[in-house]
Write a protein that binds this ligand. Structure first.
Ligand SMILES: Cc1cc2nc3c(=O)[nH]c(=O)nc-3n(C[C@H](O)[C@H](O)[C@H](O)COP(=O)(O)O)c2cc1C
Length: 174
């Protein structure tokens, strides 16, 4: 686990190599193994592997999403806000679980934020609303983020333990 924490980076460029079914199955298991408050399991996942759909999804916000066009897979992480008032936390843990699992499988991935992002500012259309329309997601099923996944086309330097900012850690009091 510590090795994974150190070497994990956001990967935004992918090769054309498809992801093996066995690895996709493990990602599905990871999604469903992610913990939730009161064990409500209110998340819903959409595994998108159609190139055309990935390209369409890459338009739901202006920045920080173009890598979906090259990704072999996009995992949309949603959650039903009528089932749990802490759906954001639960969906975020699922995103992190998927991001680390992808890395453990030798895949690169990147969190693409959707919640609180806009498709069209002037017209007041959110990225979330646009995605709900595109993927037939019900209104109560909120979209947190998409994880773009693929075989890494670039190698990123691992994190360095000697660069950690220990001033962020407080003991007993702030
Ligand atoms: C909550 C969250 C939202 C993020 N949203 C985006 C995003 O929309 N687009 C993007 O390219 N990267 C996004 N990232 C990736 C961060 O930019 C990245 O984790 C950060 O710069 C640190 O780099 P590293 O992951 O390589 O260590 C997001 C990360 C988190 C945790």
């Amino acid at each position: 686990m510590i090795e994974l924490l150190i070497s994990r980076r956001s990967i935004r460029d992918y090769t054309e190599q498809p992801i093996e079914k066995e690895k996709i199955d493990i990602l599905k298991q990871a999604a469903l193994l992610s913990p939730t408050g009161k064990n409500k399991r209110e998340w819903e996942y959409i595994f998108v592997d159609e190139r055309e759909t990935l390209a369409k999804l890459a338009t739901v916000k202006p920045h920080g999403i173009k890598m979906l066009e090259k990704a072999a897979l996009g995992i949309v992480v949603c959650a039903d806000d009528e089932i749990s008032d802490i759906w954001i936390e639960d969906a975020s843990i699922a995103m992190a679980t998927l991001h680390y699992t992808a890395h453990a499988l030798g895949l690169g991935s990147c969190w693409i934020q959707i919640r609180n992002r806009m498709f069209h500012h002037e017209e007041g259309i959110s990225s979330e609303k646009k995605m709900q329309e595109m993927l037939n997601i019900p209104e109560k099923t909120r979209v947190l983020a998409i994880l773009s996944v693929g075989y890494p086309a670039d190698e990123r330097a691992p994190n360095q333990l000697d660069k950690l900012d220990y001033s962020k850690i407080h003991t007993n009091k702030y």
